[in-house]
Design a protein around this ligand. Structure first.
Ligand SMILES: [Zn+2]
Length: 243
């Protein structure tokens, strides 16, 4: 079984990003990809793979004076080495895909297939590789599902890819109601921590359970780049074999 791990930082303040990074420390088997909406010194220092997480929502709502290329370029100016893409709210378009390919991005992870048992990485358009994912914390609490690994039935999966958000980890969100209370605190860490959920298992508990599971079972948790590399390697092996 292969397990991938990603985070969308979604404008989380540094304290919340550091909190997530601190949870990952101490698990040498764990790698991850962070999709960034803004500059984060903590993230850059931590050394994990960083992808861009542009927000096209203002453009869709006619509230932006920038076009889609400018929105992408702004983040690439901050993270010029980034080769990976996932849009906030998973906005997609062939225009976007063509452009990210032109500017040198290698893969996109813009498709959520909740709990899919047939998750696969595949070659996509414009020479990009597509890495769908099958778990997202806010979608999970939107369904009111329990935050326990056993609920996900991962044993029979070849590939399972998680996506978490530092805000939901920090506040241990477990329900939409809880999150709407947290949102009222304007993502202020000092205020949000007073409302961390201890009533039931939440996002933070699930992430910790996943980290412990990987450590106990010696299953490496991979970044999306790790998964991309093994996909590309398998592809070239297959094409060599067919010659
Ligand atoms: Zn997002």
């Amino acid at each position: 079984m292969k397990i991938g791990l990603s985070f969308d930082i979604d404008w989380a303040p540094e304290e919340m990003i550091e909190d997530t990074l601190n949870l990952l420390k101490g698990y040498p088997n764990v790698n991850a990809t962070f999709f960034a909406t803004h500059k984060s010194n903590a993230l850059e220092k931590a050394g994990y793979e960083i992808g861009i997480h542009p927000n096209f929502k203002p453009l869709l709502m006619c509230e932006s004076n920038k076009n889609f290329k400018e929105i992408i370029d702004e983040l690439l100016d901050i993270y010029p080495e980034s080769k990976r893409f996932r849009a906030h709210t998973l906005t997609t378009s062939t225009f976007i895909l063509e452009y990210i390919s032109q500017v040198g991005l290698k893969y996109e992870s813009n498709c959520l297939l909740p709990y899919s048992k047939r998750l696969r990485i595949f070659n996509y358009v414009y020479g990009l590789v597509k890495i769908p994912f099958n778990f997202e914390d806010d979608v999970h609490f939107g369904f009111n599902y329990p935050f326990e690994l056993k609920f996900l039935n991962m044993e029979h999966d070849d590939l399972f890819i998680f996506n978490f958000h530092p805000i939901h980890i920090y506040s241990n969100n477990a329900t939409p109601e809880h999150y709407s209370n947290v949102k009222k605190k304007n993502h202020n860490p000092t205020e949000v921590i007073k409302h961390r959920n201890f009533e039931c298992k939440g996002t933070r508990d699930l992430l910790i359970e996943l980290l412990e599971f990987s450590s106990l079972n010696q299953i490496k948790i991979q970044s999306l780049y790790d998964l991309y590399l093994s996909f590309v390697r398998d592809q070239s092996l297959k094409s060599n074999l067919s010659i």
